[in-house]
Design a protein around this ligand. Structure first.
Ligand code: B4P
Length: 194
């Protein structure tokens, strides 16, 4: 099994790159952002609760997200591995993920952190806002998301760095060049575990 976390600030391209990574490496894609948006559009109780946070550019509470991930991992007992996209976003989520994977006698093997300058993040998210129908469609919410990232999510990189699992990748290249850089790093790590 090979378990990968795609990490980075909002708008860094985690969802974009996950499409290629998931196809190329046969991993099961788990995007908490996609899951939450689907709960919101289905107007489920979880979605109604999550929307209050997402509309403000805030992270959804840990217990909500961890519960979702736990049941999704259980739904894919035969997966070759998981590509976690946008999760974990807090240290509590990272610790919960480690515990869930340990229970299944596996672990996170690699964390790829996409590094993109803040002006480029804002430019991309404002660009996406025009067509996405997402709640992060204005400068105020986008700025709030970046603050939330710096305060709560960025420390998760250190958590994985201390475990020797973190690789930082330049995310402001073209989509193809970024994928090439990510693949090189994945290939380097896949060989020893396959
Ligand atoms: P997410 O859905 O995870 O989305 P994201 O961080 O905004 O974007 P991503 O990095 O995937 O960027 P994308 O590929 O779209 O989160 C949404 C919300 O859900 C959060 O605010 C939070 O409220 C909630 N949430 C999710 N997970 C949570 C968790 N674990 N805990 C708590 N709350 C959680 O790319 C952005 C744009 O850039 C696109 O338009 C794309 O086309 C463009 N782009 C991508 N790569 C490019 C490149 N190389 N060059 C030029 N443009 C590029």
């Amino acid at each position: 099994m090979f378990n990968l976390v795609l990490f980075g600030p909002p708008g860094s391209g985690k969802g974009t790159q996950s499409i290629n990574i998931t196809q190329s490496y046969g991993l099961q894609h788990i995007s908490t952002g996609d899951l939450l948006r689907s709960e919101v559009s289905g107007q489920t109780p979880l979605g109604i609760e999550a929307k209050k946070y997402m509309d403000q550019g805030l992270l959804v509470p840990d217990e909500v997200v961890i519960g979702m991930i736990s049941s999704l991992i259980d739904q894919h007992p035969d997966a070759r591995g998981f590509n976690f996209d946008g999760f974990p976003r807090t240290r509590a989520q990272a610790e919960a993920l480690d515990a869930l994977l340990q229970f299944k006698q596996t672990q996170i093997h690699l964390v790829l952190s996409l590094e993109v300058p803040q002006e480029e993040l804002t430019r991309r998210m404002l660009g996406r806002a025009a067509t996405s129908g997402r709640s992060d469609d204005n400068a105020e919410v986008i700025a709030r998301r970046i603050v939330e990232y710096k305060e709560k999510t960025f420390p998760v990189a250190q958590y994985y760095d201390e475990q020797g699992k973190l690789a930082v990748i330049k995310g402001d290249l073209s989509i193809d060049d970024t994928f090439h850089a990510l693949s090189k790093e994945i290939d380097r790590h896949l060989l020893p575990v396959s």
